[in-house]
Design a protein around this ligand. Structure first.
Ligand SMILES: CCCCCC/C=C/C(=O)SCCNC(=O)CCNC(=O)[C@H](O)C(C)(C)COP(=O)(O)OP(=O)(O)OC[C@H]1O[C@@H](n2cnc3c(N)ncnc32)[C@H](O)[C@@H]1OP(=O)(O)O
Length: 393
């Protein structure tokens, strides 16, 4: 929860430490019983925050904000912002979470926190980076090439490998590079216990100046380009599904040549729960792979399949016991990578080329429909529910 709150708060937090306008004025009545922390200590701490050498990160800034409000105004006493007012709601939640903490205790906590921050900013420890420091975007995707196999690894395990907008771009770039490199097989897999939890729902949290309409337009362009990269990928493409898969990470599987899954994996396309509609060409590939009624159960009703069920439906090529999954799969892929590369590429083309145009048409149509869905109340309410932690799959 705190991690998500911090992310949502990034925009307003970014200037909090520097701009006095964003820190409410002091000079409040701070009287009352004997206090361990004087008003002077508190005022000093407020000034000290602005002089910190290192950005303490959004989580900490949110904590500082909440303690400041509690110390100066007491328990949260303003109406809760609407669910779609993500930023103010995040701030309100942080303040409200302090409950009936006294002004004195809040002031003390604020001063203690600032003193810890000042100490650590004086002697930074490279071995112990701040837990909430943002990783460089490039770390969320790791691309390696070995034994004729290029592996694209989703590397955001703490967020179940949810796909940020940056990751969509990075995956497209990685696929472009893999299509031209020396490797013969390309693999997509995930780090940690999940394969991928689908689109990062906070992608929808920062609405650009053009409003919801512009956000939906941009999303549709990005989605179309992303899926096109899978449709046009020229070499054998293998998914090594190391855990549960959700949303777009499931739908594009219909565009892979082979899908290996651990028996821990599940396959879930909860579009109706999210007020969204199918993408990744699944409206075409899933009925073709598993028949229209099984596809409907997944894509309309959001039925989650086990790995064995997905294999029985033809979406997964083979399921492996989790304990031996990595060993067995990589041994097999290494053996396949010794096969003649041109022959494999040509075989893929003859299997896929016939329907390539159809897939592009399907992709464009799915993106057009989604663009409308993203502007619907059903969709916005579902996303707001997830972001405010009321809903989870
Ligand atoms: C260019 C745009 C293209 C869009 C294409 C359209 C794509 C559509 C889709 O992909 S639809 C599917 C969207 N995904 C979801 O709805 C999944 C939402 N996540 C969950 O329901 C759950 O997190 C879970 C079931 C995947 C895992 O539950 P659990 O094991 O209990 O873990 P946590 O919920 O505690 O998750 C840990 C941490 O990760 C964050 N997180 C997980 N998934 C997402 C996500 N999809 N978007 C954003 N954040 C996600 C979760 O919030 C936790 O964060 P925290 O530690 O609280 O900060």
């Amino acid at each position: 929860m705190a991690g998500l709150a911090g992310r949502l708060a990034r925009r307003w937090c970014s200037g909090l430490l520097r701009s006095p306008l964003q820190v409410p004025a002091l000079g409040l009545h701070m009287g009352g019983p004997a206090m361990r922390t004087s008003q002077k200590d508190f005022n000093n701490a407020v000034n000290q925050v602005k002089l910190l050498k290192e950005d303490p990160g959004n989580e900490v800034k949110l904590k500082l904000y909440a303690l400041y409000k509690q110390a100066t105004e007491g328990p949260c006493n303003v109406p809760k912002p609407g669910v779609l007012d993500f930023i103010n709601k995040t701030k309100w939640d942080a303040w409200n979470a302090l409950g009936s903490l006294s002004k004195e205790a809040a002031r003390q906590n604020y001063v203690d926190l600032v003193s810890r921050l000042s100490a650590s900013s004086e002697s930074p420890s490279p071995e112990a980076p701040a837990a909430d420091r943002k990783q460089p975007e490039s770390d969320t995707l790791v691309v390696t090439s070995e034994d004729g196999i290029t592996t694209i690894r989703l590397n955001r395990p703490t967020k179940k490998n949810a796909l940020t907008n940056q990751m969509y771009h990075d995956i497209m770039a990685a696929l472009q590079a893999a299509s031209k490199d020396e490797s013969v097989i390309t693999v997509l897999t995930g780090s940690g216990d999940y394969y991928c939890s689908g689109n990062d729902l906070t992608n929808f949290a920062s609405v650009p100046p053009g409003g919801l309409e512009e956000m939906a337009r941009r999303g549709a362009v990005l989605l179309r380009d992303f899926v096109n990269c899978f449709i046009d990928f020229p070499k054998p493409l293998v998914a090594v599904v190391n855990g549960p898969a959700v949303g777009i990470s499931v739908t594009v599987l219909g565009l892979f040549d082979v899908v290996y899954a651990t028996d821990r994996a599940t396959f879930h396309t909860p579009f109706s729960h999210l007020g969204q509609s199918p993408e990744g060409c699944s409206s075409y590939t899933f009925p073709k792979i598993m028949g229209s009624s099984k596809a409907a159960e997944m894509l309309i009703f959001g039925k989650k399949l086990t790995a064995q069920e997905a294999c029985a439906q033809g979406l997964v090529t083979e399921v492996f016991p989790d304990g031996t999954f990595q060993k067995e799969v990589w041994a097999r892929l290494k053996a396949y990578s010794k096969l003649p590369p041109n022959t494999m590429r040509i075989s893929k083309q003859i299997i896929r080329n016939r329907e390539r145009e159809t897939l592009h048409t399907v992709n464009a149509e799915e993106c057009r429909v989604l663009r409308e869905r993203w502007q619907s109340d059903e969709c916005m309410n579902a996303i707001a529910s997830f972001l405010s932690r009321k809903a989870k799959l």
